[in-house]
Design a protein around this ligand. Structure first.
Ligand code: ZN
Ligand code: ZN
Length: 128
């Protein structure tokens, strides 16, 4: 039945092989199904939760869209094309922000950030 370790390996392999940046759970399931049996959705969900908990996979939450998943690594932020759903990695978008000043002004201790800027990619700009 559920074999989280096995599915975890397949999830990591699928994310590493993917041409697309960031996969939804549905896309992950499809990718894994290309070279073997696809996991039950619940088993896949548990495997991904496990990997996120271990810090091996990063979940990128997108407003109004299914979250995407990528292998954790060097921090980066993302641009999102709202027409074709393309997710583009870019350097840290918080680099120019005064986070220390923000912490001082609000009393918050900021732990992490995950910035996604929506817009239209070059292909979709041409198409409109
Ligand atoms: Zn990314
Ligand atoms: Zn950043």
């Amino acid at each position: 039945m559920a074999r989280p370790a096995k599915w975890s390996d397949r999830v990591v392999a699928a994310l590493a092989a993917s041409q697309r940046h960031g996969l939804t759970l549905e896309e992950l399931r499809c990718e894994i199904g290309h070279d073997g049996p696809a996991p039950e959705f619940s088993a896949l969900y548990r495997a991904v939760e496990h990997l996120v908990g271990q810090g091996l996979v990063r979940r990128v939450a997108l407003p109004g869209r299914p979250a995407r998943h990528e292998l954790a690594g060097h921090h980066h932020d993302h641009l999102l094309c709202t027409s074709c759903d393309r997710l583009v990695p870019v350097g840290c978008l918080a680099a120019g922000l005064d986070l220390a000043g923000l912490e001082g002004a609000t009393g918050f201790a900021l732990s992490a950030h995950d910035i996604v800027l929506p817009g239209l990619c070059p292909d979709c700009r041409v198409a409109t």
